[in-house]
Design a protein around this ligand. Structure first.
Ligand code: PLP
Length: 419
């Protein structure tokens, strides 16, 4: 595999961009490949290599790269202008469509990123309850803002900085942590802290490898938060419109107080959404006293890309088809691992999957024991075999509607050669 041009570009980038990149996980050693274009399930680099893509921009591209219908609607919108700074009818149409699948979201606001959505949801929870503390899960990732950069997953864990420098200790004094899949520690923390506004979590953890909730865990924490008058925030930035149309909350039958969406909800353009109970959301400015604002919020391009994507997903069989393809792939990989992959496991849910180098974890502490070096060795072998997995053991692999039987077959073969 020739990566000469990528190597040269990266050397130049290192002097211009911290770590050579615009977001940390993209920087893997010795250097990342530079993308020339992407289409369907494939990503093409500047040196002429082609890869089957399971990174899928870290989640948003459930329809694959460059979906034609989404592209056409974006182009239509471009012809009418791409930013107005005024309300558009599409905000109402899209809000109604979201509410149809997320009955817990009675009212919502469009923002620009998942980070912004969780930041605003936490502020709304604090404003509504009049309490300062929040509880998050060890290793969960809710974006790159101060309050949640404590034991944070994703690039923060990959690069060994789960607690960021530059975040004053006073800013995170009110951020408490509990392990995932552990009801007792949540009970304990809520008993010791009477001033907790909210528990925020990824109902399916997708940023510390893939960690599934154990049976009954989410129901139990819903019960406990309600009993303690603590708001429950589901961060469904990854799971929304993926685990099911109604996200993990529909899949597991849980009604959170607030929800954040992003990634798929923007159809590949930047978006974040936070919403939930009307009485909480009505506290958001200008109807209430919790301030939140954004120049690009509700911009028509992100809205049309997201709206069109959700409209395609709601067609009969689309999500089912992506999920079936994922099952096929996971079963194929599992066969190979059983046969030859010592100490390797695979898990999947809907169209997310993860190959673990070590035992399948049930929380962050266990995820930290995974062999990230061996994963990276495997990652490079897969790349040489034409498959682009996320460049970290702590990210989740994503299958899209554009992945074909042929892709699956080639991928299983690549695993067989690489493992
Ligand atoms: C990606 C992600 C975010 C952050 O979203 P950005 O759009 O990158 O700011 C928040 N929460 C979860 C669960 C995510 O996976």
């Amino acid at each position: 595999m020739n990566l000469d041009r990528s190597k040269k570009l990266y050397e130049e980038a290192l002097n211009l961009l911290p770590g050579g990149v615009s977001s940390p996980v993209r920087a893997f050693k010795p250097h990342p490949f530079y993308t020339a274009r992407a289409e369907g399930s494939k990503i093409y680099d500047v040196d002429g290599n082609t890869f089957i893509d399971y990174c899928m921009a870290y989640g948003p591209l459930i329809l694959g790269h460059g979906n034609q219908e989404v592209r056409e609607r974006i182009i239509d919108q471009l012809k009418s202008g791409w930013l107005y700074g005024t309300p558009v009818e599409l905000e109402i149409k899209y809000a109604k469509l979201i509410r149809k699948y997320y009955p817990s979201i009675e009212m919502l606001r469009f923002v620009n990123t998942g980070s912004e959505a969780t930041m605003a949801a936490l502020r709304a929870a604090r404003g509504f309850t009049g309490r300062d503390k929040i509880v998050k899960i060890d290793g969960s990732f809710h974006g790159a803002h101060d309050a949640v950069l404590v034991k944070a997953g994703s690039g923060a864990t990959t690069h060994g900085v789960p607690n960021s420098a530059g975040v004053p200790a006073e800013f995170v004094r009110n951020t408490l942590q509990v392990p995932f899949n552990n009801v007792e520690s949540l009970v304990d923390v809520l008993e010791k802290n009477r001033d907790v506004a909210a528990l925020i979590l990824e109902p399916v953890m997708g940023n510390s490898s893939l960690i599934l909730p154990e049976k009954g865990y989410l129901k139990e924490i819903r019960k406990i938060t309600a009993e303690n008058d603590v708001l429950l925030i589901f961060d469904e930035v990854i799971t929304g419109f993926r685990v099911s149309m109604g996200g993990a909350q529909q899949y597991y039958g849980i009604k959170p107080d607030l929800t954040t969406l992003g990634k798929i909800a923007g159809g590949g353009l930047p978006i974040g959404i936070f919403g939930g109970r009307k009485e909480i959301m009505e506290r958001v400015a200008p109807s209430g006293d919790v301030y939140q604002a954004g120049t690009f919020s509700g911009n028509p391009l992100s809205l049309i890309a997201g709206y069109t994507t959700v409209k395609i997903l709601e067609k009969k069989g689309v999500l089912e088809s992506v999920n079936r393809m994922t099952e096929k792939l996971a079963a194929g990989i599992e066969d190979v691992l059983k046969d030859r992959g010592e100490d390797c496991e695979i898990a999947s849910i809907a169209s997310m999957f993860c190959i673990y180098f070590g035992d399948r974890p049930k929380n962050y502490e266990e995820a930290l024991r995974l062999d990230r070096d061996r994963y990276m060795e495997f990652f490079w072998k897969m790349l040489k075999n034409g498959v682009f997995l996320p460049p970290s053991q702590y990210e989740t692999c994503f299958v899209s509607y554009a992945h074909s039987d042929e892709d699956v077959q080639k991928t299983v073969e690549a695993v067989s050669r690489s493992i």
